[in-house]
Ligand binder design. Sequence first.
Ligand code: DSN
Length: 414
Amino acid sequence: MDEWFTQSLSDSDPAVFEAIGNERRRQEAINLIASESLTSQAVREASGCVMTNKYAEGYPGKRYYGGCEYVDVVEELAIERAKKLFSAEHVNVQPHSGTQANLAVYLAMLKPGDTILSMELSHGGHLSHGYKINESGKLYNGEFYNVSKQTGRIDPAEVLARAREVEPKMIVCGYSAYPRKVPFKEFREIADAVDAYLMADIAHIAGLVAAGVHPSPIDYADFVTTTTHKTLMGPRGAMIMCREEYAKDIDRAVFPGCQGGPFMQQIAAKAVCFKENLAKERRELNQQVADNAKALAEELLGYDFNLVSGGTDNHLMLADLSNKNITGKDAEKALGESGITLNKNTVPYDTQSPFVTSGIRIGTPCVTARGMKQPQMKQIADMINEAVTTPSAETINKVRDRACDLTSQFPVYV
Ligand code: DSN
């Protein structure tokens, strides 16, 4: 065997090795990106394992390749653990991403031209929910509902009226930037009233659902999709849950419908992630994620931040900075320079473009995973307030020192 098969990364590819080291150090900053999280050593070991070498088109026990006996073990473990975690009848753990999971559901259940009704992107929806620049909005007809202008929350009566108007074949609930509980039961009633399928995309809140911190859609939605790398704190990837009656259609839509070989190393890591999420400690951690978000929101409200819907029930909040005389884009930059990573975000009824935005999205999974609690949320809120209110070089330097001091007490990777 050539030497380069056994060389360490630092020897064989110093450029990539260096970038990974830099990324590792970058991740020591205060990370408030709501869709990111931290993975365990065990998840990363599985994700970087030799199963990356294996082709396994098909499903456990029914593969198109020999030598699948051990990858079958991890896929079966992943399926059984996910079923237990979410009380699901059927689970497909092969989707490579949340978008591919969603596309597979549409492929299984819709015909080109059918209507998908989902949340408007700028109100917290997602590209893969029928938005026109995504395949879901090219193959299907995307129609959208909004959050209420008065409350910043979903108004089921408004969604029902919109559903009666556009007669969707599929209604999507589940969001990228919605800080409140999703009313799954009401969505079921709306879907029944217009004879539509209901899909819940719980990518953002899956860890909270698994922990019982957010209600589960499993009894209400025909299809539940999620990524595994957000609040589930697992490897990058996704899965689809559904009732047994749709199992064959969903499996066929994933493979051979829109994917080829599954990423078995990622499926091994998903199995590890589901085991972790079944543990009491992880449920407690996800409760803390929500408690930290609530604490951070209360502190920010105290600094006169205008939070969409007035606060949060989950792991994220959306701050409308219109009263702070700064755009989302400039706030993201000032905070980034201060050692706080987050993203600019449109707020409902935003008057700024999606590249500028009036808001920022703030999430607590990463800071909670590294052990921070309510006292640290108080400090972070104060730092955000300083950097956003007075984004001068002097303030940014001071906040960066405080951010370094805080993060050094909560190292990400020891
Ligand atoms: N769901 C997006 C996010 O929330 O960041 C990524 O697709």
